[in-house]
Design a protein around this ligand. Sequence first.
Ligand SMILES: [Zn+2]
Length: 433
Amino acid sequence: MLIRRATLLDGTMTDIRVGARIDEVGDGLAAHRGEDVFDAAGKTVLPGLHDHHVHLRSAASALESVSVGPPAVYTKDQLAQALSTATPGADGWIRAVGYHESVAGELDRAALDAVRPGVPVRVQHRSGALWILNSAALGVLGLAEHTDGRLRASDRWSKALARRETDVAALGHRLTACGVTGVTDATPDLDADDMVPLLVAHRRGEFAPRLFFLSPAKKILHDDRLDLDALTGWIAGHHGEDRPVAVHCVTAAQLVVTIAALRAAGGHPLDRIEHAAVVADDTVADLADLGVTVVTQPNFVAERGDQYLDEIPAAEHPQLWRVASLLKANVRVALSTDMPFGRGDPWAAMRAAVHRTTPSGAVLGPDERVSPREALTMFFGHPDRPGAARAVATGEPGDLCVLAEPPGAVLAELDAGMVAATITGGHVAYVAG
Ligand SMILES: [Zn+2]
């Protein structure tokens, strides 16, 4: 197709011919016979956004679930209200997501039975690694003897619990409406049963964004089981087959061990650190030195910032969800949302990177603020090289995002509501209502 009168982020006005790749960028391109023409009318055209760390199945499930954690639910009464009024899905289950102990402490079977007996209820913890079921749900699963109803991701039952038919088409639409043309599913230990339905939906055009999977080169660490030798061996094994690794680091200790393991095993230029939620001052230079790409989520500042301010010692606040200090130290950084554990709006993540504002309006880590243009560019990364931005240029993938405003307004607002059209592989995947 031919896009006429596009304004690029640097202010250049141009026409763009786009297929699977961007075929031509230049002034006065003539439409071929039968070619679709889209008039951008001087508005902004960007590379399509790539969300470098999401969990698609969980996200599709979350679309049909009731949210029972902050910011939707803060108190025990609000939790009871949300669960007692929730409508069961087509399969008769009530699914709740996003639970955190700050709402009503450690939930168990009895607490759920008191609020919503009779109907199977499952509440997923915000971490994604714990479910709490009521008696009706335990009965359906043949687990009636399970006394407290708390099932962990490491339990053998969790896979059956997690796997269910989900509406990936609705999720795909939500993504393209935000200008997202590609996603990387960061869920560890995905198997063919997890990936094939998504790939089929993508091939059929039901799920337009391009799909990438980190599994099996993704590792989650646990603070109580940090084993430097085992991690070093795992990394060396992947590198031996020329595969980069992605290591999930949400605490300072996890990052220190990961850096030591990468030093011992030797780095791969495409290695990734997921989250890097806490980065101590003296590890910033290590990240630059190792050449890893940090795939982080500043949106958690906007979503959970007040909790961090309450619960984490003030001296550690500057270490949380860093962005600017990493860039300044020449660490490669890409942004992502961690949908559905973070809200899946990349524009909200960009605003969080620019303003660092918590829900109550405090600013967390003011030195980590970046410019709107930097924030936007950190969503342009190539799927396999998240730290290297794509451009609107010949030969780049044919994935574009058309905004309803000129570049100045786009950068000032960074709002998903400005997305006018999304193009994947030269085809229109979304046009605003
Ligand atoms: Zn994640």
